[in-house]
Design a protein around this ligand. Structure first.
Ligand code: FES
Ligand code: FES
Length: 174
C-alpha cells in the first residue's frame, strides 16, 4: 500500500517541500517530474549507468534507485541544474566543453556530478593532489576505493572525460 510523504529538501540551496503519493517513489522522478530538475537523467533505472547521479548531503547517489523516503528530512540535494547558477560554469562543466568530452552527451550530467562529488570528498579528506589518469579511470569504472559505481558512456568518450576531469581538478580541489 503506497504511503504518502511530504519531504523538505534543500534543493540546490533552495528550501522546499515536495509531496508524493508514494514515499517509495525514486528521487530521480521526484526531481525530474515534480521539481523541474533535468540534470539527472534516466539511463538504465537499475543503478548501472550513472546518468541519474546527484549529490545528497555530499554523497554520490544513484537517484534512480533512491526512494524519497530514504532521503533524510532537510537533506541537501545537488543536481547539475544549478552548477552554473551564478552565471559561471563549474570548472568541470567548462573543461568538459573545452575538451569536447562527449559525443551525444547523455551520460555527461551524471559523470560531472559524480566527479564533482568525488573530488570534493578527496578534498574533505585532506587530499588535494590532482588525481592521475589511472585514478580517474578507476573512479569512473567503479574500481576505486572511493566508489564502486560504474559510469557508462555508450559513445566511448571516457578518454576525453578523463582529461577534462584532470584539468578541472586543481580548481575543484583548491
Ligand atoms: S539511470 Fe540510474 S544508474 Fe542508470
Ligand atoms: S557521450 Fe554519449 S553516452 Fe557518453
Amino acid at each position: 500500500m503506497p504511503t504518502p510523504l511530504t519531504r523538505t529538501l534543500m534543493l540546490n540551496g533552495r528550501r522546499l517541500a515536495v509531496s508524493v503519493d508514494d514515499g517509495a517513489e525514486d528521487l530521480l522522478y521526484v526531481l525530474r517530474d515534480r521539481l523541474g530538475q533535468h540534470g539527472p537523467r534516466f539511463g538504465c533505472g537499475v543503478s548501472q549507468c550513472g546518468a541519474c547521479t546527484v549529490l545528497v548531503d555530499g554523497e554520490i547517489i544513484r537517484s534512480c534507485v533512491t526512494p524519497l523516503n530514504t532521503v533524510a528530512e532537510g537533506a541537501s540535494v545537488e543536481t547539475l541544474d544549478a552548477l552554473d547558477a551564478d552565471g559561471t560554469p563549474n570548472p568541470l562543466q567548462r573543461t568538459f566543453v573545452e575538451k569536447q568530452a562527449a559525443q551525444c552527451a547523455y551520460c555527461v550530467n551524471g559523470i560531472v556530478m559524480g566527479s564533482l562529488g568525488w573530488l570534493r570528498q578527496r578534498k574533505a579528506a585532506g587530499d588535494t593532489s590532482v588525481p592521475s589518469e589511472d585514478e580517474i579511470a578507476a573512479f569512473l569504472s567503479g574500481k576505486s576505493s572511493a566508489s564502486t559505481f560504474d559510469y557508462i558512456c555508450r559513445c566511448g568518450a571516457h578518454r576525453r572525460m578523463i582529461e577534462a576531469i584532470r584539468q578541472a581538478a586543481p580548481e575543484v580541489l583548491a
